[in-house]
Ligand binder design. Sequence first.
Ligand SMILES: Cc1cc2nc3c(=O)[nH]c(=O)nc-3n(C[C@H](O)[C@H](O)[C@H](O)COP(=O)(O)OP(=O)(O)OC[C@H]3O[C@@H](n4cnc5c(N)ncnc54)[C@H](O)[C@@H]3O)c2cc1C
Length: 506
Amino acid sequence: MGNETAPKHVDVLIVGAGLSGIGMACHLTRECPTKSYAIVEARDAMGGTWDLFKYPGIRTDSDMYTFGYDFKPWKSNIAIVEASLIKTYIQEAADEYDVTRHITFGKRVVDASWDSDASVWTVEIRDVIDGEPTGAASSMTCGWLQMCSGYYSYNEPHRPDFPGEASFGGEIVHPQFWPDHLQTHEQLDGKKIVVIGSGATAVTLIPAIAEKGAHVTMLQRTPSWIAPLPQKNPVVIGLRKLLPEKVAYQAIRKINSFRTELIYKQSRKNPDKVKKLLNREVTKALDGQFPMDPHFTPSYNPWDQRLCLAPDGDIFTAIKEGRANVVTEHIDTFDETGILLKNGDHLDADVIVTATGLQMLALGGVTPVVDGNPIDLAETFTYKGFMYSGIPNLGTTFGYINASWTLRADLIARYICRILQQMDAHDATRAMPIADPDMPKRPYVDDFPAGYMQRSIHTFPKQSDRDPWTASQSYSHDKKTLLGPDAEIDDGVMEFSSPVREPVDA
Ligand SMILES: Cc1cc2nc3c(=O)[nH]c(=O)nc-3n(C[C@H](O)[C@H](O)[C@H](O)COP(=O)(O)OP(=O)(O)OC[C@H]3O[C@@H](n4cnc5c(N)ncnc54)[C@H](O)[C@@H]3O)c2cc1C
């Protein structure tokens, strides 16, 4: 049960009660126990992504030893798990650190204004009615605003229009709004389902609905890289047997994060080598029972888009067993009974799933206003990937695109705690990174041409060519620069100052 009435003022206001927001609150409790904090969450439950998505099979593409928090061991030999277990894990963390009573559910932060004279953020909040912030208005103030609002719109996914949609006699479903009536074996058995897309969602969904008796076709314009991976790893099992839980967790976390980074770096340096390796694994998984070319031979390099995982090769098993089919072709038009393809073939369908992706959204849709001036994030530089030039006391939790989100979310939370401690030690009420406006500009994420990124990255802050003005995608780099012995909080770039703060009613 959350907090029905949020306090009027807190030291730290966290926006969002997903994996990052709950993690931030736990870190605050551990490292800054005297700070007051609150969480404002638009939904009626915690969990964020893992509460929102309801399609069958919804799970991570990351192993839970790196997707879990650094302070809370993942206590299972199964590495890739369904959303419900992730949600339970997040709820357990919230219980262990007494977080839930700090959360106000069903309220959306719609505006945030910084006042330099008072050294506070004032946030405008609206009650959420039917998913929209159209209810009663209220406000809160805080010394530090931490946006743990994720990176995509919950209300508007990426959903291109397809020709002839209106003529389709069946049901069209987007995975972000999966209906209750397409969940069980009874509901799915015998249904002809065409899934448009080849990303992580399609690769997850297809084996799950095929398992429940649906006849599934994955319709893709271009194939994706998919890595079959055993669910249980003997090294993990051995370490968990031999070592105390916490020690084993840290060791596995280290090994897995190192391995992921190595594969990513190899994909950049020696893409042909990684392609060969993946091709070999997929060939083995298909066992000559389905053609590799053109369905599993992408034209781009691994990690140009997020690499999809197939735990125990589940999608390949569904294909081999004839429960799922893959068609690589362009859509001509939808019609009454399904989809007509450019090559003249027709795919019959009762249900068409548009697994066409997300719409990215920075800062949960909030435009920060600093001393009366609305700030265009795209005009700012990112500081270490989680603060913005010229915006005081505002942090954002944004994870990795090439590794588990939580690896970075933990680092950011710990660093924010260090900033707060530094501010206290020096009686500072404002911490603001100051950038040289003439630095060269690069996109916030470069070298990652995935569609969802390309569509929206221009709305995100820029990075430059030097630290601390980079948003690194390397856990080992960030660990050193954020938590290493040389990681200076007072780095000459972050300006700590103490404008007089007027007393605020608690
Ligand atoms: C289908 C899917 C699969 C994924 N799989 C992986 C994976 O395998 N590995 C990985 O590392 N990452 C994965 N991700 C990315 C995933 O989103 C992150 O890993 C992680 O869950 C993000 O947590 P978060 O708390 O930062 O954001 P979210 O989970 O998005 O939570 C944000 C919360 O903030 C709330 N919120 C947003 N704006 C406001 C506002 N203005 N006011 C109040 N509340 C607000 C939202 O309601 C939500 O509860 C996946 C994402 C999706 C969509």
